[in-house]
Design a protein around this ligand. Structure first.
Ligand code: 5GP
Ligand code: ZN
Length: 111
């Protein structure tokens, strides 16, 4: 089973910030910046390329809500919303996920 399926199942602990019946969001274990988190569909798909449209819509709906929360709560100055497809593009976990990476004008918050 893949690492994100294990997180969805609860076999691997995670620092969750959102969950519903289709999606889970948790903080990245190796954050690029303060507040870096991942939005992950509960049902396994390998990447953005094979995620069903309905799931994709919901993942991005949740990503948009959480991006607004991050901006409001963390006071970041910008956010990268991104997904990597395949190893050549930096994908290391082959279970589709969207990164939310808050950015700060004051670089002290970047790790
Ligand atoms: P990718 O490189 O596939 O776009 O992103 C995978 C992300 O998942 C990486 O930023 C990595 O730090 C994160 N990650 C990998 N394993 C775990 C884990 O077990 N728990 C959490 N919270 N994040 C993980
Ligand atoms: Zn999986």
């Amino acid at each position: 089973m893949c690492v994100f399926c294990s997180i969805v199942k609860g076999d691997i602990p995670s620092n969750k910030l959102y969950e519903d019946d289709m999606v889970i969001a948790f903080f990245d274990i190796n954050p690029t910046s303060y507040g870096h988190c991942l939005v992950v569909p509960k049902e396994h798909c390998d990447s953005f390329l094979d995620c069903p449209t309905k799931t994709l819509d919901h993942v991005f709906e949740v990503a948009q809500k959480l991006a607004n929360v991050l901006e409001e709560k963390l006071g970041c100055d910008g956010i990268n919303v991104l997904t990597n497809i395949h190893e050549a593009a930096g994908q290391s976990v082959n279970h589709f996920h969207v990164h939310l990476i808050p950015r700060y004008a004051n670089k002290d918050h970047d790790s």
